[in-house]
Design a protein around this ligand. Structure first.
Ligand code: KG4
Ligand code: ZN
Length: 338
């Protein structure tokens, strides 16, 4: 089954063609990062307009690269939630038009489910159940993936996502948006114990996280040093921040593995590209004899292939939509309105 998959929830317009949920025939991305960089973050109105400009030619490109004609597409999958509402709407409307014109089913896909499914592309033998640590620019949560379309959120951040924490600290350090990758690069080989940063404890659910205190502490440290005319060791600060984020994620992940008894751990989302997090998780997985699945770097950030992968399993579960499908800025992983 060939699925044309559309993703436009933030600042990447992405169209892919995926066969049977596992084989990527094409994966085209038009990134808007260079435009939003000027403003230090995503400008929603600009994002929507750029998606409109990019989506038609990108879909043609995806078909061409896949070597398929329109009539060989069997269904159209699209991110319908969550995301910047104007941006998601562009993808949803394009997908509705494409499904109608082709006379094929329309499959709505939750963006976070797509990130989780990115693992199916890199690890063809991976099947649920497994535990998934989702770490992206807008979301940080531990998900028990019971089946391809049945999942439970075990815990998550109470405030900022891990990516948000990295990006804001990177911005204050003068790194261009989105600074997570630059901060990661800067931290390599530096001393992660140089700066002592807070590790937040959250009352209630022991699997919940909080990153706003860490973000504020690092930013205050930078500002205070600036006011006193003191220099800071930027690579060591980046390494200390990465270690603090990674430690927090690791402790909750180990607890969740313990609670669920799962022996397979997958990681998903843009922050899954972080070298410290990858190293820490790999070391612990080896120590505990767990199977660890990390998506290839190109499938960590937003892409269309992950929507095609999840779209296939949504289709098999009968989760299709008619042309009244709407876009949602927020929606839970199990489809409830928030
Ligand atoms: O999953 P994603 O592409 O978008 C969302 O759905 O949010 O994640 C983007 C996030 C950004 O915050 C970006 O800075 C972060 O992933 N990121 C990283 C790294 N590469 C991307 N954060 C830390 N280390 C990295 N190597
Ligand atoms: Zn994403």
């Amino acid at each position: 089954m060939n699925i044309l998959a559309i993703e436009s929830s933030c600042d990447e317009t992405a169209v892919a063609v995926v066969r049977d949920g596992r084989t990527v025939l094409s994966d085209c991305i038009a990134s808007q990062v260079e435009i939003h960089k000027i403003y230090g973050g995503v400008v929603p109105e600009i994002a929507s307009r750029k998606h409109i400009e990019a989506i038609y030619p990108l879909a043609d490109q995806a078909l061409e690269q896949a070597g398929l004609t329109r009539s060989e597409i069997d269904a159209v999958a699209v991110t319908y939630a969550p995301g910047l509402i104007g941006a998601v709407l562009v993808g949803v409307n394009f997908a509705k038009a494409a499904a109608y014109a082709l006379g094929k089913p329309l499959i709505p896909v939750h963006h976070i489910r797509g990130h989780i499914a990115a693992n199916y592309l890199t690890h063809p033998e991976l099947e649920p159940p497994f535990l998934c640590l989702v770490v992206s620019g807008g979301h940080t949560m531990l998900v028990d993936v019971e089946d391809y379309t049945s999942m439970r959120i075990l815990g998550g951040t109470r405030d900022d996502a891990a990516g948000e924490c990295f990006d804001k600290i990177a911005r204050v350090l003068g790194m261009p948006y989105p600074g997570g990758a630059a901060l990661d690069c800067m931290s390599r080989g530096a001393d992660p114990n140089c700066y002592s940063l807070p590790r937040a404890k959250v009352d209630g659910n022991p699997l919940d996280l909080s990153f706003s205190g860490l973000k504020t502490a690092a930013i205050n440290l930078i500002h205070n040093a600036g006011q006193k005319g003191e220099s800071i060791d930027v690579p060591a600060l980046c390494a200390s921040v990465s270690a603090a984020v990674s430690n927090a994620l690791l402790s909750r992940t180990l607890l969740a593995l313990d609670q669920t008894g799962r022996r397979t751990l997958a990681v998903a989302g843009g922050v899954a590209a972080n070298s410290r997090i990858r190293e820490d998780l790999s070391r612990e997985a080896e120590r505990l004899g767990l199977r660890l699945c990390l998506p290839e770097l190109r499938y960590c950030g937003d892409n269309g292939a992950m929507i095609g992968a999840q779209g296939y399993y949504e289709f098999l579960a009968g989760h299709t939509a008619d042309l009244s499908l709407n876009a949602y800025a927020t929606k839970s992983l199990m489809g409830e309105r928030l």
